[in-house]
Design a protein around this ligand. Sequence first.
Ligand SMILES: [Fe+2]
Length: 403
Amino acid sequence: MLSDRRSFLEKMSQIGALSLLPGVSALAANAEEKNHFVVGPYLQNIGADEVTVMWITHKNSFSWVEYGAGGYTSKREFGYNNGLIEANNRINKITLTGLKPGTDHKYRIVSTEILGYKGSKVEFGETITSPMSSFKTPAVSEDEVKFVIFNDIHDRPQIIPQLLYRHGYTGNVRDYDFVVFNGDCFDWVTEEQQLVDHLIKPSTDIFASEFPFILTQGNHECRGSFSRHIPEYFAYPDNKFYYAFSRGPIRFVILDSGEDKTDDSVEYGGLSAFDRYREIQAKWLEKEVASEEFKKADFRVVLIHISPYHSGDWHGTLHCQKVFGPILNKAKIDIQISGHTHRYMTHDADATHNYPIVIGGGPLEGNRTLIKVRATKKELNLKMIRDDGQVVGKYDIARKTKM
Ligand SMILES: [Fe+2]
């Protein structure tokens, strides 16, 4: 959409027609800017032998990653699509595979502008290169994993540095392997710049070139004219918002609770099908909890934006309860972590759910929380810390699964 607008403006500029269009001078100036990295690199979806490197360029480019284990960047990787090397694009999603587990890697991103095509011949422009960054692949069987969780930032990106820095994650000391944004990073999504300014850039400024993050879809990510483009900016294992992965002693199950109102609510204009979507997820969840990876894990953690319990009686909550609840209650879940209510709370196991539930706070000062989790093969420790440093939730869970 943005590139359509840009090429339209470039064409109008060539025929001198821009002055006829009110309000386009700023956009035209933007289109004339030299190519640069709009944001990135930011990491997604890291595994023992792979990671996805993402970035956005200002102009359409041909892009690649230079990388290698230790201090050398002797390899190159590109994006591939149906026999073509990815090019003439702005949003880059390049997966490095065959990496050495448990190893430090160096990398940098490179983009060569594509000025255009003369017939089938490509015309290349200038090449831009990022400074060197690094990441470490997890070992095949890590003894420990640590992660932190934000939720319900609602277009207040200052929360990211404020909470991370207040809790001691300064400079080179970052005591986490990855970061989770557990839904509702935005009120509604209208353009790429919002994704960049309110999530990707503040994350990249602090950690995301070296440590990956996960965006779990909240109900507010489902809203706005740009919401259907969100998946282009993040990498998910199966290109779906619901999936599972293992990291260290934990099997993570990520569920998408979808919208909170019924599909026929007037706000959605007849364009929602979340009941069907949650039912499809439930079928997938049944298979996941029967899998070897799930059953043999030391701990099982569920991340879902709207908790199926203790989140009011809106349709989305109750439908999550109906379709996910019975499966989760049979699955020996160790803990579920959610957001959405804007009221931080912990709920011990009860007659309706047989595992503890932690719900993070809201976006306003005094009610914002950062949830920190650390797990070894023996114990999972969770602390929910309010923005003033007060611990407002705590669980220490011993492993139930026999070795
Ligand atoms: Fe929400």
